[in-house]
Design a protein around this ligand. Sequence first.
Ligand SMILES: *Cc1c(COP(=O)(O)O)cnc(C)c1O
Length: 453
Amino acid sequence: MTHWIENVAKRAIRYMDTIDERAVFPSDEALANLAQFEETFPEKSSIPEEVIALLDDYGADATVATTGSRYFGFVTGGILPASTGAMMLMSAWDQNGGSHIGSPINAKLEEIALSWLIDALGLDKSVAGGFVTGATMANFTALAAARHHLLARKGWDVEAQGLYGAPEIKVVVGEEVHVSVLQALMMLGFGKERIIRVPADAQGAMLAEHLPELDDLTLICIQAGNVNSGTFDPAEAICEKAHAARAWVHVDGAFGLWVMATKAYKHLAKGYELADSWATDGHKWLNVSYDNGIVFCRHTEAIQAAMTIRAPYLVTGDTREPSHYTPEQSRRARGIEIWAALKSLGREGLSDMISRDCELASYFADGLRQMGFEVLNDVVINQILLTFGDENMTHMTIDAIQREGTLWAGPSIWKGQVGMRISVSSWKTTQVDIDRCLVAIEETARTVRESMI
Ligand SMILES: *Cc1c(COP(=O)(O)O)cnc(C)c1O
């Protein structure tokens, strides 16, 4: 007799095998069918097979095809086969990744995955790290470590005393700082507006010569990969100045940090290895599932002091304790999936995946320019910003492209101008996909233009 889970696997296989044949965004019919889920809380129980059948029959078509090869919204990776496989197994295992005693397999693979990531990114071997939900929490964790480190130096125990009466930390960010860094600053009691913003160049990179005076109570947040243009802040110059003044440099590298793992593009991230802490996402460019963020910190004692809580029943041993590096206790066992992704890619595979997306973005941008469209940014990595004329025309064309279904990309505003933001982040995307997208964009834009006359 087949186990019912085999039927679930069959459903999953059908989904994976047909993902690139359907519209990237759900059809109106699929969205209307979500009404099938509307009912009052059932009095009676259902067997799992029935629950899963209902979920798949009406749910699958209402998913966004982010695991397909033509989704370019936000910065959204797909999911590597090894990651899907690990997730399937993990759903049977249901490990609590928060502690060593709760899941020795996760604790072991977290350690290994961390050391591989540190190696791949070219960070110092002694760097510590933890697995969190995403770059927002990675930023939060790193900035909490920075807060501890800078204040401890002045004899202030922030974990014990909070920020009431504490020496004031000067927080410096670039004009183009990502909102998640502001959110982390807000949650840590720094205030998202009590910060110094450094002007940026035309591509959004911080102008290092405009840094304010720095000292040993300064926290500078720089960015590897602007969410619109893909540009990098000049890390080398900033880190040199900052470290001469004993300031802390934090890197928001949610997606851009991954170029450090490439041969061809790592020069763009020169100097980023000099920072004190780093935040990145696995669910973006590493192409693992949601939710997967990673924090790295040069100062092990600082991240541990900021994150470790102790209780008699939380038994710890001599080994690395996963929860000593993150804000969470109970959580999913992210190390397992990240290990699986890294093991399947290897150093070359990781480098190739990131580089290929960058090359495809250049190819995409060249094709768009040849068709007469204006690309607003210098396409340095995987990000393209494209305009279709004035604001109204651009919005209408983006809407029409989303409805047409070959691809999905969303709007953004860059230097006051509305554009379509294309982010090539999936392991699955090929040149054939880009060619298909170019045709779809050209035809849709023409139809919209003609409908305006
Ligand atoms: C996506 C992103 C974030 C936030 O990451 P989450 O995983 O959504 O929390 C932060 N910074 C940058 C540059 C990003 O692209």
